[in-house]
Write a protein that binds this ligand. Structure first.
Ligand code: GLN
Length: 240
């Protein structure tokens, strides 16, 4: 499993969001609480993306979040009203590289995947044939998560609504690779879209996250097989 979160709301420091809370992503990288999908720790890298007036910025490393002292300084002085962050537990056989760490990025979009594609890569080879060759030749990494991002991105570039792009991707990968875990997370800085398919997800105003990172009583678990759509003030949960 990996752990991911997206935030939309009044500007906050990256530190206040991913380092300082009692059960922040920092802590989830070595002591996650809701491990229903398997895995133990999330030490195969991390990434944070945030929107600025000049577009999204990313900071990613292929090392554990707790080992990066430079990020502590950066996170203290960087604020944003739109953030997507993830800590990674690489699926067995997949490379541990910066390019394999979420968030993946295109234009205003930031994307993360928590889960795995069963039977990777053979199970989805037919789906890959539908992507432009250049998309396959320029995958961020030879991983299921990067491939899922290529599928979602192709639909977004074709003009699909983000909710439709995520739902269609979950549906086609589910059919090709039954039993896959497909918690997807996508934001353009104005809205967050997220799916649950096999892993935990929680919401509270301004945040969608794999696990609650503090004791706020407003956290609500999202049922499996849901689509969450959130903006800076409210969120909805519907069946996927
Ligand atoms: N399968 C993805 C990867 O290896 C995501 C892993 C996860 O959710 N643990 O990058």
């Amino acid at each position: 499993m990996c752990r991911h979160l997206a935030y939309l709301g009044p500007p906050v420091s990256l530190s206040a969001l991913v380092l300082e809370p009692p059960h922040a992503l920092l802590r989830q990288s070595w002591a996650p609480r809701d491990m229903r999908g398997g895995g133990t720790i999330n030490a195969d890298g991390f990434g944070v993306g945030w929107h600025t007036p000049d577009g999204p910025v990313r900071y990613r490393r292929a090392s554990p979040m707790w080992s990066d002292a430079g990020f502590v300084d950066l996170a203290r002085v960087t604020t944003s009203g739109s953030v997507l962050a993830a800590v990674r537990s690489a699926t067995v056989g997949m490379p541990v590289t910066e390019g394999a760490c979420a968030p993946f990025h295109d234009g205003v979009w930031l994307f993360s995947h928590n889960g795995r594609v069963m039977g990777w890569p053979h199970s989805v080879a037919k789906l890959a044939e539908r992507l432009p060759a250049v998309d396959l030749l320029t995958l961020d990494a030879p991983t299921d998560a990067a491939f899922l991002w290529a599928l979602v991105r192709h639909r977004l570039r074709g003009g699909a609504d983000p909710a439709a792009a995520l739902a269609a991707t979950v549906s086609e990968v589910d059919s090709a690779a039954p039993g896959s875990r497909l918690n997807l997370l996508l934001t353009d800085g104005r809205r967050i879209h997220a799916t649950t398919a096999g892993h935990s997800l929680w919401t509270r105003p301004h945040v969608v996250a794999s696990e609650p990172f503090d004791d706020d009583p407003a956290w609500r678990p999202v049922p499996d097989r849901s689509l969450v759509v959130a903006d800076a003030t409210t969120y909805t949960v519907e069946d996927l």
